[in-house]
Design a protein around this ligand. Structure first.
Ligand SMILES: NC(=O)c1ccc[n+]([C@@H]2O[C@H](COP(=O)([O-])OP(=O)(O)OC[C@H]3O[C@@H](n4cnc5c(N)ncnc54)[C@H](OP(=O)(O)O)[C@@H]3O)[C@@H](O)[C@H]2O)c1
Length: 251
């Protein structure tokens, strides 16, 4: 347990399931008040909210497409009115159109970059003024930011932008006692992952090729996010922690 997280207000985007939901549960356990953002899945988000309440935590769900600047602004108006602060930001939500770079359309590029990368900048710009003398931002990238993956022709570049943004924000915000870092989870069996055309095969192969012998779970990543929000990580700035049971270093 990280007692310094008690009472902090944490916004987690894309928290209706997968990594975001696990991060919400984990930070709620630390005593944070959780703002669960989602885009469409209201019932799922409300069920995560209710399970946090049932465990004695504080949470509310708020709908906003993070690919739309006006929706981000409306969400922050609400956060400012309701809480007056936002100590922790986890810009986890990402929407990407699969395909190759050479055939990608501007429309798909914009949709992918707006919700995956530009959102990290806009959410940070709105959250930072609400971080009062202390703040944490934890971004989420993937292998696609560093490697050429099938169907990741524009998602990969968007994730690379997230990595670069994380480093820029880390340097700009460190003097204000706001630490910015990221996580890079390996393959995880989530709804988004299953949207890629060859998901089933990739899941089996990824498990076989992972030294610890299993796939990453959202809870594995959530524990690292809690650590990066805690004071235990106070000298980690602008870094990405890979959470993949050793898969990246051997494949
Ligand atoms: N799964 C993996 O193997 C893997 C590996 C590395 C990194 N990641 C990263 O982990 C993050 C979460 O993915 P996941 O695998 O946990 O996916 P997931 O289980 O499918 O969850 C995606 C979440 O994002 C929300 N979302 C999507 N687009 C949004 C938008 N424009 N605005 C607001 N919310 C939006 C979804 O809500 P709605 O349903 O309401 O749209 C949902 O809550 C992503 O950044 C992804 O790139 C995943």
């Amino acid at each position: 347990m990280y007692s310094e997280l008690q009472g902090k207000v944490a916004l987690i985007t894309g928290a209706s399931r997968g990594f975001g939901a696990a991060i919400a549960h984990r930070l709620a356990k630390e005593g944070c008040t959780i703002i669960l953002n989602y885009r469409r899945s209201r019932a799922e988000a409300e069920s995560i909210m209710e399970s946090i309440h049932a465990a004695g935590g504080k949470a509310l769900a708020i709908k906003a497409d993070v690919g739309d600047e006006d929706k981000i602004d409306a969400m922050f108006e609400f956060i400012e009115d309701e809480f007056g602060r936002c100590d922790i930001l986890v810009p986890n939500a990402s929407f990407g159109v699969p395909g190759q770079t050479i055939t990608a359309s501007s429309k798909h590029w914009d949709a992918t970059f707006n919700s995956t990368a530009k959102s990290v900048m806009l959410l940070s710009q709105r959250a930072v003024p609400l971080m009062k003398d202390w703040g944490r931002i934890v971004t989420v990238t993937s292998y696609g930011g560093q490697r050429v993956l099938e169907q990741y022709g524009i998602v990969g570049p968007a994730k690379a932008a997230v990595e670069s943004l994380t480093r820029s924000l880390a340097v700009e915000l460190a003097p204000h006692n706001i630490l910015v870092n990221g996580i890079m989870p390996g393959v995880c069996d989530t709804k988004s992952f299953n949207a890629i055309p060859n998901a089933e095969t990739v899941l089996v192969t990824a498990k076989e090729k992972t030294p610890v012998g299993r796939l990453v779970t959202p809870e594995d990543a959530a524990d690292v996010v809690a650590f990066l929000c805690s004071d235990q990580s106070r000298m980690i700035c602008g870094q990405f922690i890979t959470i993949d049971g050793g898969a990246f270093i051997v494949n």
